[in-house]
Design a protein around this ligand. Structure first.
Ligand code: ADP
Ligand code: MG
Length: 225
């Protein structure tokens, strides 16, 4: 079984004016292709810290992270940015769409650093938008989309470069219940359809219960639920 995410004995300590803050204290987890893992835990327990490190947006204090067979922290910054761009899709609580671009152009953004935001890519962006239910909204700007629709665009954008790893940090946290349920269901469907390793952080208990694996972050460690 291929495991795009291998985390071993991960720790993270922040140096603060008040002293060292040990947020992650020895986390080990493996997530295979086609698996969905949800991380729950109280606010401030380190869920985003964990997800940022798995997403290579922050470095571990100790321990190892291997993503798709690579230790990303061995790479220099330009190579790391390229690695992240090709291998990892992100969905955050806020959609972070660019307001001046259309839905389709926003979905194309991950192609820009690769220099191949060409016609084939635009076609794929359109297909992804169709897949997330926005086939009739390709040329809408974010300001003319609902909150749920904007988050759908963000999901399509995360998949633009065909990553094997999809990370979502409270993806339904800014949505009403109907849209939250729909986005949660969409993420789970897409991870099965594209055979992704999905890791999601959420406060939404109903959503968490639908994932294949559930862990709680408790004083810096994972407790399997
Ligand atoms: P969660 O996502 O579970 O709410 P976070 O991972 O955002 O929690 O934060 C965990 C703890 O680490 C919090 O106490 C937070 O204040 C602290 N923290 C997060 N990032 C930093 C940072 N860059 N520097 C110092 N402390 C941080
Ligand atoms: Mg958080």
């Amino acid at each position: 079984m291929t495991k795009p995410i291998l985390v071993n004995d991960l720790t993270k300590t922040f140096e603060t004016p008040a002293g060292a803050l040990n947020v992650l204290d020895g986390i080990s987890i493996e997530v295979a292709i086609g698996e969905s893992l949800v991380v729950v835990g109280p606010s401030g327990s380190g869920k985003s810290t964990f997800l940022h490190i798995v997403g290579t947006l922050d470095e571990p204090t100790s321990g190892t992270v291997r993503l798709s067979g690579q230790n990303p922290f061995d790479l220099d910054e330009p190579r790391l940015a390229e690695f992240r761009n090709r291998n990892i899709g992100f969905v955050f609580q806020e959609h972070h769409l660019l307001p001046q671009l259309t839905a389709r152009e926003n979905v194309l953004i991950p192609r820009v650093p690769r220099g191949d935001a060409d016609e084939a890519a635009a076609k794929r962006a359109g297909e992804l938008l169709e897949r997330v239910g926005l086939g009739q909204r390709l040329d809408h700007r974010p300001g003319h989309l609902s909150g749920g629709e904007r988050q759908r665009v963000a999901v399509a954008r995360a998949l633009m470069n065909e990553p094997k790893i999809l990370l979502a940090d409270e993806p339904t946290g800014s949505l009403d219940k109907v849209n939250a349920d729909a986005i949660g269901e969409l993420l789970l469907e897409l991870h099965r359809e594209y055979q992704l390793a999905l890791v999601c952080v959420t406060h939404n208990d109903e959503l968490a219960a639908r994932f294949g694996r559930l862990v709680r972050l408790d004083t810096g460690r994972f407790v399997e639920l």
